[in-house]
Design a protein around this ligand. Structure first.
Ligand code: GDP
Length: 425
């Protein structure tokens, strides 16, 4: 498939990293289109483990072009750190291309992120405090500093001064902090600029040319559908558009260039932080899912809330992204249960039962889950290498999801390793 988007179909943490890594092998170009170093995946390559927060997954494949699109926000310090770490381990980073239109995460963004969360007290959104949200705010406010600005020291200095005139006032007057030193920030950036320069390119043109020449491009989204700024469960969302449309704006290509959209979902559901979660499991079973599925934040260590697959949410994801296929990960985790509940509809406050995601937050807040109980398979799946060898009940679970969503499931995860992926046929 020439232009394929891969997107999380739930609240993030779907196990996308492994799937992207697997798919990346089959594509000529991998392009990230949104988010920043608030994403993160661990990739096991041979006997080595790599953790990326910013670099696209395919970076480990020799000869692959890996794009950080204009929709990504880049913390130059984190980027240079990841580049140094990879090169330090003898890996080439030659395939990297960075959009000159991507915005930079600046030191004031990190500071303001932490301070504004503190201020919200109990109303905290639970941001990762890496400055991603404030960087996107400044992008919309037309105060941002872009990658291309580092190519011209005169412009860079001017932009830092202009931004700091406002930011320092905020830091001092609102938060009672020391002002930031513009010259020190400038000096650091000039250093990072040297490192980034060779990789800066017209990535919109690069992606378009690749597709025109018949090469394949994988567009990689971070976070997940329900965290989409416009269509997710606002205000508990991220500050960009992980949904498939974001692949177009975030890389500078037209929608007709996308030929397929792969959604990745866990065979159950997790959510981090506050907010409604209709299919949340009772505390005892939630704890078992958490333990077996290792549902703790990768960077924060925070416990994830755990529950059952929610077809209402997945139907919504299929609509928002125009999904053409679904990947179900972590089916093995459900092996511990005799029966597996799945949320098939919501009962709203007025007693109506709906299969479509509520358009209004207060309806979602009060939605009661309608469950169907499916038979469990009670067998360890970790050694299964062929779809046909899955227990019948496990295959039926997957087929049943396909039918209910009218969406083919193209891959099923049965363990952490790269080879623990089955293709239903
Ligand atoms: P991501 O950001 O969407 O990749 O999600 P996470 O960071 O939460 O990663 C998911 C975790 O689940 C990682 O530790 C993966 O190794 C693991 N994982 C991925 N697929 C499977 C699977 O099919 N079964 C099991 N048991 N673990 C998996």
């Amino acid at each position: 498939m020439p232009g394929t988007v891969i997107v999380g179909a739930q609240w993030g943490d779907e196990g996308k990293g492994k799937i992207v890594d697997l798919l990346a092998e089959r594509f000529d170009v991998v392009a990230r289109y949104q988010g920043g170093n608030n994403a993160g995946h661990t990739v096991v390559h041979g006997d080595q483990q790599f953790v990326f927060h910013l670099l696209p997954s395919g970076i480990l494949e020799p000869g692959k072009i890996c794009v950080l699109g204009n929709g990504v926000v880049i913390d130059p310090q984190v980027l240079c750190g990841e580049l140094d770490a990879l090169e330090g381990r003898g890996r080439s980073v030659d395939g990297l291309r960075i959009s000159g239109n991507a915005h930079l995460v600046m030191p004031w963004h990190r500071l303001l992120d932490a301070q504004s969360e503190l201020r919200l007290g109990p109303l905290q959104i639970g941001t990762t405090k890496r400055g991603i949200g404030p960087a996107y705010q400044d992008k919309a406010a037309r105060l941002g500093i872009r990658v291309q600005d580092v190519l011209d020291p005169g412009i860079l200095r001017e932009k830092i001064e202009a931004a700091l005139a406002i930011k320092n006032e905020q830091l001092e007057r609102i938060y009672g902090l020391e002002p930031l030193d513009g010259e020190a920030i400038f000096a650091d950036l000039v250093r990072f600029a040297e490192r980034m320069k060779p990789f800066i390119a017209d990535t919109s043109l690069l992606v378009e040319d690749a597709l025109r020449e018949g090469r394949s491009v994988l567009f990689e989204g971070a976070q997940g559908t329900l965290l989409d700024l416009d269509n997710g469960t606002y205000p508990f969302v991220t500050s960009s558009n992980p949904t498939a449309g974001g692949a177009c704006t975030g890389t500078g290509i037209g929608p007709t260039r996308i030929s397929s959209v792969v959604g990745v979902a866990k065979a159950y559901l997790t959510r981090v932080g506050a907010g409604p979660f209709p299919s949340e499991a009772d505390p005892e079973r939630a704890a078992r899912i958490r333990e077996v599925g290792a549902e703790f934040g990768a960077t924060t260590g925070r416990e994830r809330r755990c529950g059952w697959l929610d077809l209402v949410g997945l139907r919504f994801a299929a609509r928002l992204n125009g999904l053409t296929e679904l990947v179900l990960t972590k089916l093995d985790v459900l092996s511990i249960f005799d029966t597996v509940p799945v949320c098939v509809a919501y009962r709203l406050r007025d007693g109506s039962v709906v299969q479509d995601f509520p358009a209004h937050q207060s309806d979602f807040h009060h939605a009661e889950p309608v469950f169907e109980e499916l038979p469990g398979w009670g067998a360890d799946l970790s050694g299964v290498t062929e779809w046909q060898n899955l227990p019948a009940a496990a295959r039926e679970y997957v087929r049943w999801v396909e039918e209910r969503l009218d969406l083919p499931v193209s891959m099923v995860g049965v363990g952490q390793r790269r080879d623990q992926i089955l293709e239903p046929r």
